[in-house]
Write a protein that binds this ligand. Structure first.
Ligand code: ADP
Ligand code: TPW
Length: 579
């Protein structure tokens, strides 16, 4: 080397690229601009270099939060959210979110560094040894490993296609430590990269499937449309609204489909849910599965005699997955395709659509009005201490005044009451616990929502729910994000009144009484608010939205408020015994 001129050496160096660079180039080439992750061996330099190359690299305090952030970024943008972790323990922390993404049909890629293949496969005890690919595979829609720098382009392309095409889901991409330092010729590296063309191709529904569905719907006496988060994901907002309005059919939004049409829309049947589900004769599901959240399409909720009995409805199911229909009950008219294509084809086929029978619409209207009146009465009360209703009456007003704000929600009662009390006005504003009813998505979702949409974020959190990701308030402060967290604090899981009959430790559901969560936000330079009345809560929220400063409001509510498991008490095997 001593005889080589310095300039020649520099040129020779410049003529090669490495694994780090190729990963960054492949992501950038495919329009990925943000990484949610946590640095460490072997990906520390990847985070640094990605940042230096203009990617936004958001560093979290726990990979699970980074993963949830990536998953919801995928839902909001239709681009795979990228979560980057270290090997074994970091990978496992991210894995929960990967499974969550797959379960919820969100596009996400978990990219994890991994240890030496030769040592891992012989189980010789490497640093953070783990066969990550094998562990990820059952929880992911697809899983890939790249061993050679020249294959990084293909690996990233395959991961992107798998995440966003068809039914979206979580994809795992395993990048062994050695890969990052591998060098190849710059030109060869450049030509190995793939810009994915049409990553989520339209899937056009079959004309006969559409005709079958429209015939069934047209003949219904009591039709109902159910919009799910697949409909929200599809970003076909105008056509979905037009379909609902032109058919005049009442609709129910699932939780994350709230706001696809404003919740105040006259055709919304949300306030008459327990009436319309058993009464409807034809139900059209648009991007919603008949899973536990819809009582599997049968049983008492649907007018069946026993919990497994069919209620007699006929179902139309609009979904991109050809295997979803008949998963719980018979689907008479499956329409397989992407929701954008399906809904626009339906609109084109409506012709002179007859309005649904007036007695159906009137009956729904009556149920709705009486339930809305009852709720208004409850919301108008001002008990001391505050309860879920009096606190949420404030949140409801604030969201109404700030319809562009993103809205994050988790908890049990804190989730159920909020979902029914707080109206949403715009699509994809409400993001919550999703298909698993998972706790811990809160602060990760807040970060991604603020970063992706650049709108203010309001999070309504149970005190238990908040605890799962509470340390990420530092992340929120570090990036100075306009997030207002409201903790509905009733001193425990579900509520704070359980007693340990033997004395000693407090009951398993009980937390420290009068915990001062707001001080956690203050510790990192954000604003903390201690709110004991609706007026204090209102003032805190208004101030947070005005200032756009990270704010945490500890809204103290009656510790006797709330029921065990919220609205799903019936799923809890011990709850029956307790009553
Ligand atoms: P919810 O919980 O709101 O009821 P689910 O998560 O159960 O919604 O259902 C979402 C459904 O939407 C899934 O079956 C998924 O296959 C489907 N889906 C997701 N994206 C699309 C799309 N672009 N086009 C059609 N269907 C989609
Ligand atoms: C990952 C089980 C469901 S709801 C909940 C737990 C622990 C917390 C309820 O208390 P919170 O809300 O948040 O204070 P509230 O309004 O009822 O007082 N672990 C995971 N996910 C779930 N769903 C649980 C545990 C659970």
């Amino acid at each position: 080397m001593g005889t080589v001129e310095p300039q020649v050496a520099a040129d020779a160096q410049a003529a090669v690229t490495d694994g780090f660079q190729l990963v960054i180039d492949a992501l950038k080439l495919n329009g990925i601009d943000t990484i949610y992750g946590l640095p460490g061996i072997p990906i520390t330099d990847l985070t640094r270099r990605a940042q230096a190359e203009g990617l936004r690299v958001l560093s979290f305090r726990h990979e699970q939060s980074a993963g949830y952030a990536a998953s919801i970024a995928g839902f909001l943008t239709q681009k795979p959210g990228i979560c980057l972790t270290v090997s074994a323990p970091g990978f496992l922390n991210g894995l929960n979110a990967l499974a969550h993404a797959t379960t919820n049909c969100f596009p996400m890629i978990l990219v994890s560094g991994s240890s030496e293949r030769e040592i891992v496969d012989l189980q010789q005890g490497d640093y953070e040894e783990m066969d990550q690919l094998a562990i990820a595979r059952p929880l992911a829609k697809a899983a890939f490993r790249v061993l050679h720098a020249a294959d990084i382009g293909v690996g990233v392309a395959r991961a992107i296609r798998a995440a966003v095409s068809g039914r979206p889901g979580g994809v795992y991409l395993d990048l062994p430590a050695k890969l990052f330092a591998q060098t190849i010729d710059v030109a060869a590296g450049r030509s190995s990269l793939i810009k994915v063309v049409d990553p989520a191709p339209r899937q056009i529904p079959a004309p006969e499937a559409l005709e079958r569905a429209l015939d069934l719907l047209r003949g219904a006496k009591k039709p109902l449309i159910i919009l799910g988060k697949g409909a929200a994901y599809a970003q076909a907002d105008a056509d979905i609204r037009a379909l609902v309005e032109k058919t005049g059919i009442p609709y129910l939004p699932m939780s994350m489909a709230k706001g696809l049409l404003p919740d105040t829309h006259e055709q919304s049947a949300s306030a008459a849910r327990s009436y319309v589900l058993p009464e409807a004769d034809v139900v059209m599901l648009v991007g919603a599965r008949l899973n536990w959240l819809l009582s599997h399409g049968k049983g008492k909720t649907w007018g069946g005699k026993g919990h497994k009995d069919w209620g007699g409805q006929k179902f139309i199911q609009v979904d991109i997955s050809p295997t979803e229909a008949d998963s719980n009950v018979r689907v008479d008219a499956p329409v397989v395709g992407d929701i954008g294509s399906c809904v626009s084809a339906m609109l084109a086929g409506l012709g002179n659509w007859p309005k649904p029978p007036a007695d159906w619409l009137n009956a729904i209207h009556e149920k709705k009005s009486s339930n809305v009146d009852k709720m208004a009465e409850t919301l108008a009360k001002n008990p001391s201490p505050m309860n879920f209703h009096s606190a949420l009456a404030v949140v409801r007003d604030i969201v109404k005044a700030n319809p562009e704000a993103m809205f994050v929600n988790e908890g049990a009662n804190a989730l159920d009451f909020t979902r029914s009390i707080v109206d949403m006005y715009k699509p994809r504003k409400r993001i919550d616990v999703g298909t698993w009813g998972i706790m811990g998505v809160g602060m990760g979702y807040c970060v991604a929502a603020a970063v992706v949409t650049r709108q203010p974020v309001i999070a309504v959190e149970g005190d238990s729910a908040f605890g799962f990701s509470g340390m990420e308030v530092e992340t929120i402060c570090r990036y100075n994000l306009p997030v207002c967290v409201v903790i509905l604090n009733n001193n425990g899981v579900y509520k704070g009144t359980d007693i340990n009959p033997r004395g000693g430790d407090v009951a398993p559901t009980v937390f420290v009484k009068d915990a001062r969560y707001e001080k956690l936000m203050e510790a990192f330079g954000g604003v903390g608010v201690y709110a004991r009345t609706p007026a204090e809560l209102r003032q805190g929220m208004e101030q947070a939205l005005r200032s756009r400063k990270p704010t945490l409001i500890n809204a103290v509510i009656d510790e006797t408020a709330g029921t065990e498991s919220g609205r799903i008490t019936s799923l809890n095997p011990t709850a029956g015994k307790k009553k």
